[in-house]
Write a protein that binds this ligand. Sequence first.
Ligand SMILES: C[S@@+](CC[C@H](N)C(=O)[O-])C[C@H]1O[C@@H](n2cnc3c(N)ncnc32)[C@H](O)[C@@H]1O
Length: 304
Amino acid sequence: MAVQARTVHRAVMQSEVLQQLGAEGGGDFLDCTLGGGGHTRAILEANSENQVTAADRDESALARANELVSQYQGRLEVLKSCFSDLSSKLEGRKFQGVLADLGVSSDQLQGQRGFSFNDVGPLDMRMDEHASKTAYEVVNNTGSQELYVILKNGGVGKEARRLVQAIVAARPIQTTAKLAEVIRSVACGSKSKLDPATLAFQAIRMAVNDELPELQALLQLAPEIVRHQGRLVIITFHSLEDRAVTARMREWQGGANMPALWPGALPTSSLGKFLTNKALRPSEREVDENPRARSARLRAFEFA
Ligand SMILES: C[S@@+](CC[C@H](N)C(=O)[O-])C[C@H]1O[C@@H](n2cnc3c(N)ncnc32)[C@H](O)[C@@H]1O
């Protein structure tokens, strides 16, 4: 895979991230979604004492970060890991602040890796190119009912049933261009402002990369990797993700489902508090300058 030398990704809600993490106050931080390195760089710039461990499951993101590693000598460490492997890779380490900026980066969308319906190549969409499940497999080998659930949950709406029928009839679908053509043939009368292929591609991408189970793994781990009075900041781009984050933070605040490893806590005590009563949204100006920020929602939690 060719790696673009420079990132084309613009970090979203950068000042809100720094503020909610308390990055100016100094400390050690875990960026679980290195991507183009925008947030990592901003955290390193916020305080010259800050240390960052930045993880991603995409090797091209890690390769691109070599320049950052040498620029911030001794203050940045990068790590290949998906959320569900972080527990074993971090070996009990805890951080002052943990950030996850979910979804795909613009580098991935523009990297001819099948993430974009404008691509012409094979159906891939893997964030980790060594993962076994590709979009080809999800599109061509998933049963109709499961494919319907993937598309419906992904936000495709009332066209989901017809879309499944069209996909099944067109199998095997080999390329992103062919998949986009099938989707548009079904959804050509849709009133949505979004290209129907956008939602269907997002739904398939989320299934290929197990994005919701991965998020649940991160939420399960969070109380063990954030220090007392440390913070967790999560940016979501999909309502299902936002709901999962909110539900888990509510449980922590209310004291339910106490993880057995939380030292010294009574079973009913709260793990901490929301820093954001409502999700923070990007400013109109940011959305004008970076339309990808449009659906971002940021939630932050401080552990007691
Ligand atoms: C929206 S981008 C992050 C952009 C980054 N914050 C920046 O400022 O450039 C999301 C990144 O997270 C990675 N990612 C998404 N889900 C992941 C997971 N479950 N485990 C590890 N990395 C993941 C993707 O590969 C992608 O590079």
